[in-house]
Design a binder for this molecule. Sequence first.
Ligand code: KIV
Length: 260
Amino acid sequence: MSQKIKKILNKKNKEKIVSLTAYSKNIAKILDNYCDIVLVGDSLANVLYGMKNTHKIKLDTIILHAISVKQGIKKSLMVVDMPKGTYSTPKLAIKNAKLIFKKTGCDAVKIESNNKNSKVIKEIKKAKIPVMGHIGYTPQFKGRFRVEGKEKRELNKLIKEALLIEKAGAFSIVLECITPNAAKIISKLLKIPTIGIGSSKYCDGQILVTDDVLGLSGFYPKFVKKYINMNSLIEKTVKKYSKDVKTRKFPTNKNFLYGK
Ligand code: KIV
């Protein structure tokens, strides 16, 4: 087991795990100073490419972004999402996880759960690639957004799934949009850390999409804390630049590369 993975495991019940998404080098470089885990999430399908869901993002596209992210990472654990359809059988999963690992130099892959892929996790782990699980609202498999775990039957299903994923060998698990009660029970039951998104303070760590935190994406559900409105900052900057060009305030002689 790598030192980076050990470090994440050791935080359980001691220190909260900080995680955000990155899709490119410059952002990754900033996150690397403050995050334990940086995820190249398939959310880039919606956030960057304007797709209506994550279903059609290609493996090659995620790999390209991960190669860029890797250039900004020194100390945090870099996890890459496996896109929908790239891990539908154990054989395919191993082939693609190895490809992601080799091409990007990441530390782990993440796969969403559809209640059937604990075998896939086991096989990727056997191939010596650390895997992060993901349960609750899993956008690759669920169309409609809803909070899970309100009813007993669904709560039990989530608990069972989380335990199966741990048993299969995942080193941590994302809990997306499940009830505080479900997050509390699962975080207590599992030995591996739980990383929550929209799943309350009871998780061992938290993850958010960086563009949401920065106020860039225009997506502000209750579970997101928007720390800054980058959209408005960028707009103000671009407006100023546009005015400067039109009024001939930019470039000035100071900006000339040669001569006067
Ligand atoms: O793709 C993603 O960004 C994710 C996080 C929201 C957990 O899976």
